[in-house]
Ligand binder design. Structure first.
Ligand code: TYD
Length: 215
């Protein structure tokens, strides 16, 4: 019985929230404590998922209805859970996913206007008992997020959405965090990377120091 328990962490936030740099920070935190880390992302993380990602993110894609978009997100997620997340967690690894089901509530629910009931049904079907141990919501105001995406230079089908859409996405994320305060930690990501990472470090120490030192 010397295998460590797996840990599943998801990182969410509007585009331009700084997920990439902060995910690297979380990975380093666990690796410096000798934990094996798997970094992955949604939509994506598997060959099928990456193909679905290309379909969904391309600005030249065929028209996609909100329901088709939702179903494709969950198709990619189903493969991702079965092929990557579940096996890695069972082997005692730390899985850090750049986005997961909360993004479907925020973008397809808040952004596109699909009902939460429909998304809940798919969540039950696809996710079953699996829940992230921790979700970090990097909350960025719409203007700051937009300016970071513009500076990055490349944009996808979601980056090209209206300010109203992005505002609804952000509000949905904040609502999700209010509904599940134990799982979702809301972090103000308008600040400098250093301040954000200082807060993330405090959250990781509070949640996972025991899981690390007990083995
Ligand atoms: P992301 O990897 O954050 O893109 P980037 O690296 O370009 O910032 O996410 C891709 C996009 O997919 C993002 O705009 C949000 C969207 N998305 C959904 O709409 N629903 C979902 O369920 C997921 C996982 C992502």
């Amino acid at each position: 019985m010397n295998q460590q328990s797996g840990i599943f962490i998801t990182v969410e936030g509007s585009d331009g929230a700084g997920k990439g740099s902060n995910i690297e920070f979380i990975r380093d935190w666990f690796e410096s404590r000798s934990r094996a880390v798997v970094l992955t992302r949604e939509p994506g993380g598997t060959l099928l998922g990456e193909n679905i990602r290309d379909l969904l993110l391309s600005k030249n894609s065929a028209p996609v209805s909100p329901m088709a978009e939702l179903l494709l997100m969950f198709a990619a997620r189903s493969q991702h859970i079965e092929e990557v997340i579940q096996p890695a967690v069972s082997e005692g690894r730390v899985v850090i996913s750049d986005r997961f089901t909360d993004a479907s509530f925020a973008y397809q629910g808040g952004g596109r206007g699909l009902t939460l009931t429909k998304i809940e049904q798919l969540k039950t079907l696809v996710q079953a008992e699996l829940q992230p141990d921790l979700t970090l919501l990097l909350d960025v105001s719409v203007n700051v997020g937009l300016s970071r995406v513009v500076n990055r230079g490349e944009s996808d089908r979601f980056d090209a959405e209206t300010i109203d859409f992005k505002t609804r996405v952000r509000e949905s994320y904040l609502q999700l965090a209010k509904n599940e305060p134990d799982r979702i930690v809301n972090i103000n990501a308008d600040r400098t990377l250093a301040s954000v990472q200082q807060e993330i470090k405090i959250v990781l120490e509070a949640r996972f120091s025991d899981a690390i030192s007990s083995t």
